[in-house]
Design a protein. Structure first.
Length: 385
């Protein structure tokens, strides 16, 4: 079975599952700057259309009219002309969860697991390229880009170009004094939220993390968990983003985040160096214990897996381990979540079954990387990934 089959369920996946396929997973590649520490960079813009109530206050007919307006203009854009438009109401609940687990949509867009999706909610996404568009979430439009590694400049460039295109075809709600009008007052102004998902085990293990988090709060930034607002920090991954959008330009907000995150990256590198210098045996034991459990476990809860993956990722970046690849760890973070496991299994899984399937997937992907590393012809290719 190929890696793609292992992830997506092979021939057992539904037609809708195959239509989603591996869409929206390009950001898992290890091509971006500082990709061993920064998993991803996201920039999103909140926009609303003139003449329509905000999505949360609008009637079903209002939301559906917004969707139709967007559907009409998408073919005329350069960045989303070839995009697939998925209406959440037409997707199975498991497919909606797949998109959420890939960080492509919010929980608000897809609705509850055991109920219908909100009327008019949709996602436009290209087969290739980092741009996407959520329709009828908290705001009428949420333009976003998602890139691998530390790449705020490219992420902002892409979403800015999409904003220019859509803004030339759709009348955005704008006030000459306050800027772009949004459902939540904290987004008024630029409507921009830029964030990086960063791995900080060194700062956690050296107990410096609270000092760093307090520091970023003092300069107008904030942190969240793996899935953004309202989610918990797991696996030592922190999502750092700007906190305000009013009173500064988009370029200023992006530049400020880039500067501060650059400092956090340096703090993390220093913390790792301290661990390697002052507690090498303790560090190696932590890394190899994590690797051993992941390689041989028969049942893994998601949070347990994420914490163990953190140790293995740290070991790879410090050259304490040869395998698996960092990209494999990125893929496991996404493909070992519940909806992906159910797609792979071809059936609904309870918590115990999901833990067993998760452990089997991790063992399989670890073994595949071990086999590749043992082959001289493939090891050079793997090193590039």
């Amino acid at each position: 079975m190929s890696r793609g089959d292992a992830v997506n369920g092979g021939d057992g996946a539904s037609s809708r599952g195959r239509s989603i396929g591996d869409r929206g997973t390009a950001w898992l590649r290890t091509t971006g700057e500082d990709h061993e520490i920064v998993l991803s960079t996201r920039v999103r813009l909140a926009r609303n259309l003139q003449g329509f109530p905000f999505s949360l206050r609008g009637a079903r007919e209002d939301r559906e009219r917004v969707l139709e307006r967007v559907r009409e203009v998408l073919p005329s854009t350069r960045l989303l002309a070839e995009a697939t438009l998925w209406e959440m109401s037409e997707l199975d609940p498991i497919d909606r969860r797949l998109l959420h687990e890939r960080h492509l949509v919010s929980r608000e867009l897809i609705g509850p697991d055991d109920g219908p999706a909100p009327a008019g909610s949709a996602l436009a996404l290209n087969a290739e390229g980092p741009c996407g568009l959520m329709i009828n979430e908290e705001d009428h439009l949420r333009l976003h880009t998602l890139c691998n590694g530390m790449d705020l400049e490219a992420a902002w460039k892409h979403v800015d170009a999409l904003d220019e295109e859509l803004g030339g075809m759709l009348p955005f709600a704008f006030h000459h004094e306050f800027g772009f009008l949004t459902c939540c007052p904290t987004n008024v102004g630029t409507g921009l939220r830029a964030s990086v998902l960063i791995h900080l085990p060194g700062l956690v293990l050296t107990k410096e993390i609270n000092k760093v988090l307090q520091g970023i709060a003092q300069v107008g930034l904030t942190y969240r968990g793996l899935y953004g607002e309202g989610s918990e920090v797991v696996g030592n991954f922190f999502q750092i983003s700007n906190q305000t959008t009013l009173g500064k330009s988009e370029d200023d907000l992006v530049d400020h985040l880039r500067e501060i995150v650059g400092q956090v990256i340096e703090y993390e590198k220093r913390a790792r160096a301290v661990l390697l210098r002052e507690a090498p045996s303790v560090l190696e034991d932590k890394v190899w214990r994590a690797y051993g459990i992941l390689r041989h476990a028969r049942s893994l809860a998601f949070d347990e897996m994420m914490n163990l993956l953190s140790g293995v990722r740290l070991g790879l970046t410090l050259k304490l381990l040869r395998t698996p690849r960092v990209r494999t760890l990125n893929e496991i973070m996404i493909f070992a979540q519940s909806a992906h496991l159910e797609r792979r299994a071809g059936r609904t899984l309870d918590e115990g079954d999901a833990d067993v399937f998760r452990a089997a997937l991790v063992r399989e992907l670890f073994f595949t990387d071990e086999e590749s590393a043992a082959s001289p012809s493939e090891s050079r290719h793997d090193a590039a990934d």
